[in-house]
Design a protein around this ligand. Structure first.
Ligand code: SF4
Length: 689
């Protein structure tokens, strides 16, 4: 047994699933994963994990892993060598760039991949290919929150850490389901609630687990959050409860903002939101009485037509009540993927260089131009939405996408798939042959996190190091190595030997990461940006100044945008979201036996009332139809949802059950995040059970 022990390897890693960013050791013997061992020193989770972190790793050894590059020959994909595939990618991208110009190609990055990989991908798009057409999946989720915060307080990240949330007197959770989407964070909130008498308000359509524990549960009509937020803010001002000192010293734009609130009276808000005036007053009173309050939100807020403005309204409310810059206060948009924060931070966005410096800023560009030895494009590029429309209209000729199953996760997937068909050349780089890969010309096999080194940044802005456990399976390679191979075939002369060199380059160029280094991230150490040159982290933002030019925050007047209405025949409201056991499209979790055994397929939640009206029982099969498509799915009858509101889990194995066959192309007007949460459907019973 001494021999046997000697072969057991322990490697520190960071969870590949949600934005909480749990870290732990993976114990392995050869390619076998023996167990996940938690560690008290892990900065976010200590000894906790959720089921995904603990059981969600089988996918790494799945038989379905891509192990060789594939090249389309007619309707077939044929295995090829790297040499052949990379030469083809370089030749095609090069020719298309020459023929139609650099802006005829789009680049979709991955929130599942490392900071270093995202940095290198945007460098490839900008420096080698000459375009700012680069975006990542935060376009589907938190872009409105990022923009809402940048407008008002200056930085698109959580104001503090999970420790700060724990220390709050009042937590308000709006349109988020942390018990399933951010489980370890939810555990912390539950503990604070139980042990330290923390108060919890939940605002949601659905009575999820945390909602059942709330001190005050509020259920407004769908898509009306901006209205109750503004009415509560106005009521606080009318009572003279605003934080006058704070507003005087630290905030601009007070008068015009207050004037903009005029119409948000209690009767108006009650009529629009369906909440009673008493409920609105109770919300205002609870916020007023708490010495510290923070607001957590997610897709229930951001996936709407007016999402940036609603996120802004959240920030406005926090500013009016002085809830920024102290522990227990602030804004917490909860990040979905493990590295959605990092993908944005490291510049895979059409208007931003790494560290949130605008591409339009000449000084910023010059700094990068000098370091990279190129001339950079000056105007913001296409975002994800523009790219789909560009493909559809024949303007975008080629797409290079990695670690993102756009065919499943983008809204209105029938439309997206039709747009893919129009591409002249499409490269998909992934761990599995995704739904999106069906449309590719070349599929490149990538290695998951356990097979490479790198860093991820969690929802707290915390950068953590993960280490290579296995060699890449078959011929697969880490994404950053693939980018380097492609870039060098297109005239670059990159010579990165390890991701630490990529991070060092980024830290030398982006002030936000000035003191980030692999030496400082060894063992269980982490760094929270902004990181000063000497390595000092900034766990709590805005203590003395906001990240805007004069150091003051800005109150920004906002307008309510009515939701998309599908039409009268689509009489049911369809909400959608995550599930504890599966993650996003489910490409990893459905390939992990323990998880699939627990939850083999998605389901539709139907209220008791609706089930009675339509004569439905658990297990009935229904067909949902929207103006954009159909799905068939089994039913669960539950009091988690009410009346005509349905809830469909968004993780799926089969695209016939995928919610995005139903969603529309309507989107937030400012960030173009799809209005995934605004859909009317009709429901037909196929089998009542
Ligand atoms: Fe992974 Fe999130 Fe679960 Fe932690 S809470 S183990 S980061 S999925």
């Amino acid at each position: 047994s001494a021999m046997r022990k000697a072969r057991i390897k322990r490697t520190k890693t960071v969870c590949t699933y949600c934005g909480v960013g749990c870290s732990f050791e993976v114990w392995t013997k050869d390619r076998e994963i023996l167990k996940i061992q938690t560690h008290a020193e892990a900065p976010v989770n200590g000894v906790s994990t959720c089921v995904k972190g603990k059981w969600g790793w089988d996918f790494v050894n799945s038989e379905e892993r891509l192990t060789k590059p594939l090249i389309r020959k007619g309707d077939e994909f044929v295995e090829s060598t790297w040499e052949e595939a990379l030469n083809l990618v370089a030749e095609k991208l090069g020719t298309i760039k020459e023929t139609y110009g650099p802006d005829s190609i789009g680049y979709i990055a991955s929130s599942k991949c490392s900071n270093e990989e995202n940095y290198l991908f945007q460098k490839f798009a900008r420096a080698v290919m000459g375009t700012n057409n680069v975006d990542n999946c935060s376009r589907y989720c938190q872009s409105p929150a990022t923009t809402g915060l940048m407008r008002t307080v200056g930085l698109g990240g959580d104001s503090g850490t999970i420790e700060d949330i724990m220390a709050s007197e009042l937590i308000i959770v709006v349109g988020a389901n942390p018990a399933e989407s951010h489980p370890v964070l939810a555990t912390r909130i539950k503990r604070a609630h139980k042990l330290h008498g923390q108060k919890l308000i939940v605002v949601d359509l659905r009575e999820h687990e945390l909602a059942q524990r709330a001190d005050f549960l509020v259920h407004p009509k769908p898509s009306t959050d901006l209205i109750w937020l503004s009415a509560v803010t106005k009521y606080i001002l009318d009572q003279g409860w605003e934080d006058k000192e704070f507003l005087k010293n630290r905030v601009n734009g007070f008068d015009s903002y207050v004037a903009s609130l005029e119409k948000y009276t209690l009767p108006y808000a009650a009529e629009k939101t369906g909440l009673t005036e008493d409920e609105l007053i109770k919300l205002a009173t609870m916020i007023h009485e708490a010495k510290s309050a923070c607001i957590l939100w997610a897709m229930g807020v951001t996936q709407h037509k007016g999402a940036t403005d609603t996120s802004t309204a959240i920030s406005n409310l926090l500013l009016i009540t002085g809830n920024y810059g102290r522990t227990g206060t602030g804004a917490y948009p909860l990040r979905g993927h493990n590295n959605v924060q990092g993908a944005c931070d490291f510049g895979t966005m059409p208007a931003w260089m790494p560290g949130y410096e605008p591409v339009q800023d000449k000084e910023v560009r010059e700094r990068y131009e000098k370091a990279w030895g190129v001339k950079l494009p000056e105007e913001p590029g296409m975002d994800n939405h523009h790219m789909v429309e560009g493909m559809d209209k024949g303007k975008l000729k080629a797409l290079y996408l990695f670690g993102e199953d756009m065919s499943l996760v983008d809204a209105n997937s029938n439309h997206v798939n039709a747009a893919f068909e129009r591409l002249e050349f499409f490269v998909v780089q992934d761990v599995f042959f995704s739904k999106t890969a069906q449309f590719a010309d070349v599929v490149l096999p990538a290695a998951p996190s356990l097979e490479k080194d790198g860093t991820f940044t969690n929802t707290e802005r915390r950068i953590q190091r993960f280490h290579k456990v296995f060699e890449p399976l078959g011929d697969s390679k880490p994404d950053w190595e693939i980018f380097q191979e492609v870039a060098n075939r297109l005239g670059a002369n990159w010579n990165y030997k390890h991701p630490s060199e990529i991070m060092a380059e980024s830290a030398s160029l982006a002030p936000l990461f000035a003191g980030v280094s692999y030496e400082r991230l060894e063992e269980w150490n982490s760094q929270v940006w902004p990181v000063l040159k000497d390595g000092t982290s900034t766990p709590l933002l805005y203590k003395n100044r906001f990240a805007l030019p004069d150091g003051k925050a800005r109150l920004v007047p906002v307008e309510w945008t009515p939701p998309f209405v599908a039409g009268e025949e689509f009489d049911l409201h369809l909400n959608n979201g995550r599930l504890l056991e599966h993650f996003h499209e489910g490409n990893m979790t459905y390939r992990s036996e323990g998880l699939t055994h627990k939850v083999p397929h998605p389901w539709l939640e139907v209220s008791l009332q609706l089930a009675k009206e339509r004569n439905l029982e658990d297990g009935a099969l229904v067909e949902l139809t929207s103006p954009y498509g159909q799905v068939q799915v089994r039913v669960i009858v539950t009091d988690r949802v009410k009346g005509n509101e349905l809830y469909l889990t968004m993780n799926t194995r089969e695209d016939t059950e995928a919610v995005n066959r139903l969603t529309s192309s309507y989107h937030d007007t400012i960030t173009h995040t799809p209005a995934f949460k605004e859909m009317g459907v009709k429901m037909e019973v196929i089998e009542s059970k």
